[in-house]
Design a protein around this ligand. Structure first.
Ligand code: NAD
Length: 491
């Protein structure tokens, strides 16, 4: 079994405790690798390395062009290892090999390429101020950035966080999820020589490492993707030095289907929105709001589609629906299914452990659909983070909007209708960071992504996602002879 260390200050080092975490393939239940289990002390070493590199200016003092070139090299390196990385990602997380190949790996590489080219936004901008001053805004890196990620899209989060942080001139300590670190460790191996020592460090491990990163006074900014309750804990710890935060948290996104939709398209969208990545998506369309006129027909067709999905080993190219990340997570999802039944929702398909021949140690679960769900039920309010759809009936636009906004979350929403004006009006009324109209899951490097309400704050991707990792400095020079115009001549 392969064993992996920590990458700190340009070197692979063993964790101080000598302990490791076993990576499990959720399709087979097999142990596939040993990952170093870092402690708070290891996290401190990584933070110190990033601090030294930042303070020495080995990265921040380079021009954006030079930093961009390094980012593009990272993108190319990832592309040249695409097949291997897709296989690792699929084995380690249970996402289908098709998805890892066509979405996760290319998205990661493309995000590095995208940020490598945004330079203009990082240049100083002269201000038009009436006073006799020469005034400019400089866009500076925040300093040492710690990044903590969730397990559902390891490679994509790496790109979304590391590419803009590095492009802006920061030095980074990266912590992937302890249940999905393998692809990230491999990426560190293949890009080890691209950056100066200390600029990008890797600490694998769990809560203890995350807490050290959140608490450290030497970390200037923390970018986090994970659950809302973890985000809330991080906010408290991060207050110790008022560090800058970007929090990408949970979701319970409404997928609103009006009777005047293109039903085939809406069905396809509803399937992707809840069953892609086995529903383990922050933007899962886990609440399906169906207009009363099409309620029965839509449900019948959707249940048929869900039952048709081919469940199996994630590494098999014909598999459409892999296992969940772990058996522990599956147990948590099954508890929600029990709760849904107890609350009186009607199960129309799934609800059981998935039976896959020759893979009885896997973490499979059948695609599950509950109908006649009330918005007050736990399965309509809580983030299940699995392939469990809660279908709620509505009548008319006002009720759809009311139910859609009846959530502590505000990450994304989908609207299906042929009426353009209705779609625009509804999209304005929804309190969330992304609205997809007649489509689902379009992420573009140019388009900022992030939450409203308890789905977090701050944005990833786009120019906004780059500027998160910068701070504005106003530099103002008096241009009057003898410097008489401002405070210098007050008295
Ligand atoms: P999690 O909150 O349990 O863990 C996320 C990360 O935080 C992991 O790396 C974990 O080791 C670390 N961590 C755990 N406790 C910590 C603590 N006390 N201090 C510091 N770090 C700590 O979440 P998860 O189970 O890995 O991921 C699922 C959650 O992530 C879901 O709620 C999902 O909606 C959310 N998510 C959000 C987005 C988004 O962009 N908004 C994207 C994907 C996932």
């Amino acid at each position: 079994m392969n064993e992996y260390k920590l990458f700190i200050n340009g070197e692979w080092i063993a964790p101080q405790s000598g302990e490791s975490i076993i990576s499990i393939d959720p399709s087979t239940g097999e142990s596939i690798a040993k990952i170093a289990k870092a402690s708070a002390l290891d996290a401190q070493k990584a933070i110190a390395a990033a601090r030294r590199a930042f303070d020495a200016g080995v990265w921040s003092a380079l021009s954006p062009e030079k930093r961009g070139q390094a980012l593009e090299k990272i993108a190319q390196t990832i592309r040249s290892h695409a097949k291997e990385l897709a296989e690792i990602e699929s084995r380690d997380t249970g996402k289908t090999i098709k998805q890892a190949t066509f979405i996760d790996v290319p998205t990661c590489a493309d995000t590095f390429s995208y940020f490598s080219k945004i330079k203009h936004e990082l240049e100083a901008k002269k201000l038009n101020i009436v006073a006799p001053v020469d005034s400019k805004i400089c866009c500076e890196p925040v300093g040492v950035v710690a990044a903590i990620a969730a397990w559902n899209y390891p490679l994509i989060f790496f790109g979304w966080k590391v590419a803009p942080a590095l492009m802006a001139g920061n030095c980074v300590v990266y912590k992937p999820s302890s249940v999905a670190s393998l692809s990230i460790v491999r990426v560190f191996e293949i890009i080890a020589d691209v950056l100066p020592a200390g600029v990008l460090n890797l600490v694998t491990g769990g809560r203890e490492v995350g807490e050290e990163l959140a608490r450290s006074v030497d970390v200037d900014m923390l970018t986090f993707t994970g659950g809302t309750s973890t985000g809330q804990e991080i906010m408290k710890m991060a207050s110790v030095n008022a560090k800058k935060l970007c929090l990408e948290l949970g979701g319970k996104s409404p997928n609103i289907v009006f009777a005047d939709c293109d039903m085939d398209a809406a069905l396809g969208g509803a399937m992707s929105a809840i069953f892609m990545n086995q529903g383990q998506m922050c933007v899962a369309g886990s609440r399906l709001l169906l207009e009363d006129k099409i309620y029965d027909e839509f449900i019948a067709r959707l249940a048929k589609e869900a039952q048709r999905l081919k469940i199996g080993n994630a590494l098999d190219y014909t598999t459409e629906f892999g296992p969940l990340i772990s058996r522990e997570h599956r147990d948590a999802v099954l508890k929600f299914i029990d709760q849904g039944k107890k609350e009186g929702a009607r199960l129309v398909c799934g609800g059981k452990i998935g039976d896959v021949a020759d893979f009885d140690k896997g973490a499979f679960l059948e695609p599950t659909i509950f109908v006649d769900v009330k918005s007050s039920m736990a399965i309509a309010q809580e983030e299940i983070f699995g392939p469990v759809l809660s279908v709620i009936k509505f009548s008319g636009v006002d009720e759809a909007v009311k139910i859609a906004n009846d959530s502590k979350y505000g990450l994304a929403a989908m609207i299906w209708t042929k009426d353009k004006e209705k779609a625009e009006n509804v999209s304005r009324s929804l309190r969330c960071g992304t609205v997809w109209i007649n489509t689902y899951g379009g992420f573009y490097n140019e388009a900022p992504f992030g939450g409203y309400k308890q789905s977090g704050f701050g944005r990833e991707l786009g120019v906004e996602g780059l500027l998160e990792y910068t701070q504005a400095k106003h530099v103002c020079r008096d241009t009057t002879p003898g410097g008489k115009s401002l405070a210098a001549s007050w008295f």
